[in-house]
Structure formats: C-alpha cells, structure tokens
Ligand binder design. Structure first.
Ligand code: 2AM
Length: 176
C-alpha cells in the first residue's frame, strides 16, 4: 500500500479582524466581477510550500522549524496586486522586510536538509485574496495595514470539491 501523505506548508496567519478586512477589500477590487474570493479564515501568507509529504519528512520539517531562531517583525500590507496568468488577486508589502526574507531562508535551508526541493523563483510575499479573476488594473495601493508577526505555523491543506480547508498543526514563536 502507498505511504500515507499529507499536503503541508509553512505560513503566517493573520488575526481574524485583518482577514475580514482583506476579504472586504477583495470584494471591492472585484466589484462583482468574476473571481473566487478566498474565505476569510483561509487567508494566509505562505512561507514554504512542501506539497504532499510522508510522516518522516513531516518530522524532519518540524525539527527544522524548531531549530529556527528568528525575530518577530511588522509586515505592512500596502498594495493589492494582480497576477494575470493564474488570475490571482493578492495583498502584500511594497518591500519584503529583511526579517521575513531571513525567516524564509532559514526555513528553506532546514527543509533542504530534509530533502526538500526548494522553490527556485524569488520569494514573493503575498496573501492570495481571490483566484480565477480577470482584472484590468495590475496594482492598486491600499490604506496600509500593519500586521505584527510573532509566530509561524505548519499547516495541512485538506482539498475537496468545494476548495481547500486549512488546519494549523503546530506553531512556533518568533523572538521578540
Ligand atoms: P498561492 O496562494 O499563491 O496559490 C497552499 O496551497 C498555499 O501554498 C497557497 O498559499 C499557495 O500559494 C502556496 N503554494 C506555493 N506553491 C504552491 C504549489 N506548487 N501548489 C500549490 N500551492 C502552492
């Protein structure tokens, strides 16, 4: 029988109030046009996407996360962007904070030691707000929202016909 696997990723999860606000902004940006908004409770920022992994990989990934010594930081959400090819509307910072880049790099380095095939594209910090959209203006500024980041999570993605449901499996603090 095939080894059981889980679809996992590391992510930052916004407080519920911020997610509701981003969901509302996405509604304004779509203005009733085509597109599937991400449910508020599903809005997140991915640090590293692991894909479907077995139990021993998960164990190694958790150890890698535990070994990380990273510092908490503020993420400013100040632009809404649109990637036409995947049809993704997203929110993100104008500039990725170096502490976020460091966190992603440390995580990747630890995961590579587990046999992880690290993402080769440059890291693009974003929270997907809607998929399958067709917009005309590529980017819009938004009234900046400050998001205090002091932990990160290992998340399991349960995919089903209606979309995805995310389950936070474990969380690690960042140093203050
Ligand atoms: P996205 O929002 O830009 O699609 C769970 O699927 C999370 O992992 C999503 O935030 C998704 O980013 C991200 N992700 C990164 N690489 C992925 C991949 N190859 N397949 C699916 N999701 C991926």
């Amino acid at each position: 029988p095939a080894t059981p696997t889980q679809r996992l990723f590391f992510a930052l999860w916004p407080p519920a109030e911020l997610s509701r606000e981003l969901h509302r902004l996405a509604g304004n940006a779509l203005r009733g046009g085509a597109g599937r908004r991400v449910a508020p409770e599903n809005i997140h920022l991915t640090l590293a996407f692991l894909g479907s992994v077995n139990a021993s990989f998960r164990e190694c990934a958790e150890q890698a996360a535990t070994a990380i010594r990273a510092t908490s930081f503020t993420l400013m959400l100040e632009q809404m962007g649109y990637w036409p090819k995947p049809g993704i509307l997203w929110a993100g910072p104008n500039q990725t904070p170096s502490l976020l880049i460091q966190l992603v790099q440390e995580l990747n380095a630890g995961l590579v030691a587990c046999g992880y095939d690290a993402e080769k594209r440059p890291y693009a910090a974003h929270l997907t707000l809607a998929r399958k959209t067709h917009l005309h203006n590529a980017v819009a500024s938004m009234e900046p929202r400050a998001w205090e980041i002091n932990r990160f999570h290992l998340v399991r993605s349960h995919t089903h016909a209606g979309g995805a449901r995310y389950e936070i499996l474990r969380s690690w603090p960042l140093n203050s």
